[in-house]
Write a protein that binds this ligand. Structure first.
Ligand SMILES: Nc1ncnc2c1ncn2[C@@H]1O[C@H](COP(=O)(O)OP(=O)(O)O)[C@@H](O)[C@H]1O
Ligand SMILES: [Mg+2]
Length: 259
């Protein structure tokens, strides 16, 4: 049996003396899309940062394809096939699109860079059309695509994404989720934190609800969407199946799941 792509067990992490994660578990199999949802301050971003070596862990384990990576530096993790797209500051605004990608490609051996850049250009036509445009002048949605492309350049097996759709106009949200589905179809694992919880769960093989630094619920994306308790506590209202007979409006201005 092959080890899961990512397996987190009993993870404790925090800032200074303050513990934020109190023994969190998480698993992502190869090719899976996994969503982490939960209230503000639950520790979702801290979890991603702890996995990616940006926040110090004090207990527990983080294994990438069976190998312990807790405490490994982010740049090393990138070379081992794990990459992270933070919610903010994920592009260099004063650099052009092409320059942004080239900076990411520096993580690769010199001989592999050109091919890696070429692959990403095929995936995001915009990058080929406007390579010299400064990233800072792009719309929020386009900038997010550049951030995703920057991560993809490094040839990840698994991407950690913090709030990929946050702050985007509804149309851009749709575009980003479409790209995530395409990335998943390439066989790249995705673990994302999302406020747009219904949409994220609809795309996810597996979902986790994190609350107060602990696992609260987990299950298939569908089972979490259909769980009335999860809907009430974390999805802003009745579960979709229950609410559809009452109202066609979507809670919190979210877009309805496409499936
Ligand atoms: N750099 C930091 N220094 C100190 N405390 C932090 C820092 N980042 C986050 N926190 C605290 O950690 C807790 C969890 O934050 P976070 O992981 O950002 O939650 P979420 O992403 O679920 O909203 C919050 O109480 C937050 O105030
Ligand atoms: Mg966060």
């Amino acid at each position: 049996m092959t080890a899961p792509l990512l397996e987190v067990e009993g993870l404790e992490a925090g800032y200074g003396d303050v513990l934020v994660l109190h023994g969190v578990a998480l698993r992502a199999e190869r090719d899976e899309v996994v969503s982490i949802i939960g209230p503000n301050g639950a520790g979702k971003s801290t979890l991603l940062k702890a996995v990616y070596g940006l926040v110090r862990t004090s207990a527990g384990s983080v294994r990438l394809a069976g190998e312990e990576i807790a405490g490994v530096r982010p740049d090393r993790l990138t070379r081992r096939g794990l990459n992270f797209v933070p919610q903010l500051d994920n592009v260099f605004p004063s650099l052009s699109i092409a320059e942004n990608l080239k900076v990411s490609a520096l993580a690769l051996p010199r001989a592999e860079r050109a091919a890696a850049l070429e692959r990403v250009h095929d995936f995001f036509p915009l990058l080929r059309e406007r390579p010299r445009q400064r990233a800072g002048t792009l719309s929020g949605g386009q900038r997010k695509l550049v951030a995703l492309a920057r991560a993809l350049v490094t040839g990840p097996r698994l991407l950690l994404l913090d709030e990929p759709s946050a702050g985007l106009a509804p149309q851009a949200v749709g575009l980003v989720f479409e790209k995530l589905a395409e990335i998943s179809a390439l066989g790249i694992g995705i673990v994302m934190v999302e406020q747009n919880a219904r949409r994220a769960l609809a795309l996810s093989h597996r979902g986790y609800v994190l609350d107060l630094g602990r696992n609260a619920y987990e299950g298939s994306g569908r089972s979490l969407l259909d769980d009335p308790k999860v809907a009430e506590l974390y999805l802003g209202g009745l579960s979709r199946s229950a609410s559809s007979s009452i109202s066609t409006s979507t809670p919190d201005g979210m877009n309805p799941p496409t499936k």
